[in-house]
Design a protein around this ligand. Structure first.
Ligand SMILES: Nc1nc2c(c(=O)[nH]1)N=C([C@H](O)[C@@H](O)CO)CN2
Length: 122
């Protein structure tokens, strides 16, 4: 299965459970593996057949920074739903890392895998 990848997309936003976190901006780093058949884009060398990682990155940044969020689980789910519903991605793996959240860890995070099939509950 072909994929389009995004690595360490930094999104600066209001994220966290605690009151003090709701008054500051923190960085999240997103990795996405998006199932996409790249053959049409490669054969035609035509951008219109490509899943544009720049457009996806910009959309995710706008979406996640729209309003404060408590859990990184919510961020992962929002990102997965967005790429499937708005960009027609059939399956996606999303990892959300929150550096500095645990003093003794370099980063903590969550990872989810979703597909159009599992999203509809079938
Ligand atoms: N599974 C999770 N655990 C925790 C989260 C989270 O988003 N998912 N968030 C926090 C706090 O916001 C923490 O990051 C503050 O340092 C705690 N646990």
């Amino acid at each position: 299965m072909d994929k389009v990848l995004i690595r360490a997309l930094r999104i600066d936003t209001v994220i966290g459970v605690y009151d003090w976190e709701k008054t500051i901006t923190q960085s999240l780093f997103l990795d996405l593996d998006m199932a996409w058949d790249n053959r049409a884009a490669a054969a035609s060398d035509d951008y219109r057949h490509a899943l544009c990682y720049e457009t996806v990155s910009n959309r995710l940044t706008a979406l996640i920074t729209e309003k404060p969020i408590e859990l990184i689980e919510t961020v992962a789910e929002m990102a997965a739903n967005c790429v499937m519903q708005e960009f027609g991605v059939s399956a996606v793996k999303v990892r959300v890392m929150k550096p500095g959240a645990v003093k003794t860890a370099e980063a903590v995070g969550v990872e989810i895998e979703r597909s159009a099939k599992s999203a509809s509950g079938v």
